[in-house]
Design a protein around this ligand. Structure first.
Ligand SMILES: Cc1cc2nc3c(=O)[nH]c(=O)nc-3n(C[C@H](O)[C@H](O)[C@H](O)COP(=O)(O)OP(=O)(O)OC[C@H]3O[C@@H](n4cnc5c(N)ncnc54)[C@H](O)[C@@H]3O)c2cc1C
Length: 536
């Protein structure tokens, strides 16, 4: 057996230390499990939430307010969400958010003394979560990306990885594993997404889990061309302009983003947030101070001056696709393997559309809680000793590289990443999808997959990029295989050749496969009761 620099045992291994992983770890530990959490970065500052301000789907337990909250999302998501899940997540988010307040998070108070709990400042939130993870007795391995899962005939049994600072290797044998590695933004430079390369999808798929909703991955957010901060909501108060200074009619943050994308294909688009009144301006500065940093540095006032904007790709981070969940414990098809947060599908509460917009944050804390509780129960039921199963790493069987090759004719990580980005970033391939375009891209991505299976070089010495390059290639293939399967326009999946909703495709699409990817409809009774006539 390979010797590792660090070898540990646990009941539950949580992979990923964003909000979903932190909630999973705390909850599993409270159930009495011995828990280890590994993070690619530093748990508390790594991932999409940590550097951002995040809206939260926090709704009072009042029947009318809850009904309105659920109803408002159904049409947007193409009627693929599930009311049972929405209720469950609304309940859990309410409880967890109040718990955050009890832990000391400084929610703002209004003049009547009412505490406002519909948003969280990422840095404070994640600092607090790290503290709670440690307080719960969880051992944290920072800077320690997981590179492959361990498994035996009974199911998953831990993971191995490397410390990306010391280069020491690690192995954690565990009875159950929660994948909380976030989504995949293909290294597009959107804030907080530098670590979000789809690793968890690949880990899960190697173990035999499926994915769901991967066609809902066309999330592009508005950002100043000179800044990584994506905050599309602020552009609700913006006017958009052509290069010649004239107004782009129909352009907007919510409904008019396609108009912006089309214009960006031929020229630079400018914005000015000129419809915000003083109250809104103040609220913006409070909600997301880092939005203004690059403006202040450049001496631009976004409320009175035009600035260049772009649509930055955020892939599945603000999409809704991810690892398929088979029951209300957030279990996958693989015994002992659970998924939470952006790594899991969010179709259950969002259907085919989310712009972040507070649902992902609610999902992260709720699914983290559910998976943490269930993974602990699973592990404790199997009992002591079950974590010492002499399990093997899965990448040997699948043949997906996890180490760099010395073969000089093999593609380099940077080459692979650039090739994948060339298929997923352009608006005319991914935003405005056609069957022919998707097929062509998929053909090239499949070829890339065959090539990288023979070995990947890491000339910059960053061996973690080897797995990241493979994970991004695999993710793009599941996205486009699913996109080809859905021959209609629904949620955030837009097909130029099928521009309308097809009422007969009101189902979710699951996908999977490594060397040969596949996608097929998943017909579930849970949401089939929603009236198809309502979909227009
Ligand atoms: C700029 C931005 C703003 C957003 N704002 C909102 C908002 O207002 N409301 C909302 O609902 N949602 C928002 N979102 C969505 C946001 O992604 C989720 O709400 C939330 O961060 C998901 O939490 P998570 O724990 O699943 O993933 P993340 O917070 O992304 O954390 C994933 C963690 O996994 C780790 N990791 C990745 N790969 C590995 C590996 N191989 N091994 C070990 N660790 C690994 C990463 O280092 C990271 O710490 C926003 C997203 C972005 C990008």
């Amino acid at each position: 057996m390979t010797q590792f620099d660090l070898q540990l045992q646990a009941d539950v291994l949580v992979i990923g230390g964003g909000p979903s992983g932190a909630w999973a770890a705390i909850t599993a530990a409270k159930e009495g499990a011995k828990v280890i959490l590994v993070d690619k970065g530093y748990c508390g500052t790594s991932g999409a939430t940590a550097p951002s301000g995040t809206g939260l789907w926090y709704v009072n337990p009042n029947a009318d307010e809850r009904e309105e909250a659920m109803k408002s999302r159904e049409a947007l998501g193409g009627y693929l969400a599930d009311r049972g899940w929405m209720k469950k997540v609304l309940d859990q988010t309410y409880t967890n958010t109040n718990q955050i307040a009890a832990w000391g998070y400084p929610f703002p108070l209004d003049e009547t003394g009412t505490s406002h709990r519909k948003s969280l400042q990422g840095p404070e939130y994640m600092k607090l979560m790290r503290k709670q993870v440690q307080k719960a007795g969880v051992r944290i391995l920072d800077h320690s990306p997981a590179l492959e899962l361990l498994a035996d005939v009974h199911g998953v049994a831990g993971a191995t990885g490397v410390n990306n600072q010391t280069k020491d290797t690690w192995r954690v044998d565990a009875t159950s594993v929660v994948i909380a590695t976030g989504g995949c933004a293909f290294l597009s430079k959107a804030l907080g997404t530098n670590v979000l390369t789809g690793d968890g999808y690949l880990l899960a798929a190697e173990a035999g889990a499926n994915l769901s909703g991967m066609e809902f991955s066309t999330a592009y957010s508005l950002a100043p061309a000179f800044s990584p901060v994506t905050k599309s909501a602020f552009y609700t108060w913006a006017t958009f302009y052509y290069e010649d200074g004239s107004v782009i009619e129909g352009a907007g943050s919510q409904k008019g983003r396609s108009v912006i994308a089309r214009t960006l294909l031929t020229q630079q688009v400018f914005a000015r947030i000129d419809k915000a009144d003083d109250i809104v301006k103040k609220a913006m500065r409070q909600a997301q101070p880092n939005f203004f940093l690059s403006f202040d540095r450049l001496g631009i006032d976004p409320f009175t001056q035009k600035f260049p904007v772009t649509l930055r790709f955020e892939g599945t981070v603000r999409g809704t696709g991810g690892i398929h969940i088979i029951d209300e414990t957030c279990a996958t098809e693989v015994p002992g393997l659970y998924a939470a947060g952006d790594a899991a599908t969010r179709e259950l509460i969002c259907g085919g559309f989310t712009g972040g917009g507070s649902h992902n944050a609610a999902w992260a804390m709720s699914s983290g809680y559910f998976s943490g509780e269930a993974s602990a129960k699973y592990a404790l039921k199997l009992g002591a000793g079950s974590s010492n199963r002499k399990a093997k790493g899965l990448s040997e069987a699948t043949g997906v590289p996890k180490q760099a090759t010395t073969r000089s004719d093999a593609p380099d990580t940077q080459e692979i990443i650039k090739a994948v980005q060339a298929e997923v970033f352009p608006y005319d391939r991914n935003w405005f999808r056609t069957g022919e375009g998707l097929q062509n891209s998929l053909g090239r991505l499949n070829h890339l997959w065959d090539e990288l299976k023979q070995g990947i070089q890491a000339s910059d010495g960053n061996v973690v990029r080897v797995r990241e390059a493979a994970a991004m290639t695999a993710t793009a293939r599941w996205m486009y295989t699913s996109g080809l399967e859905r021959t209609e326009t629904r949620g955030m999946h837009r097909r130029e050749d099928f521009p309308r909703v097809d009422q007969d495709q009101q189902y979710r699409i699951i996908s999977g496969g490594l060397d040969t990817t596949w996608a097929k409809p998943l017909i579930e009774p849970s949401f089939s009761s929603v009236k198809k006539e309502a979909v227009v």
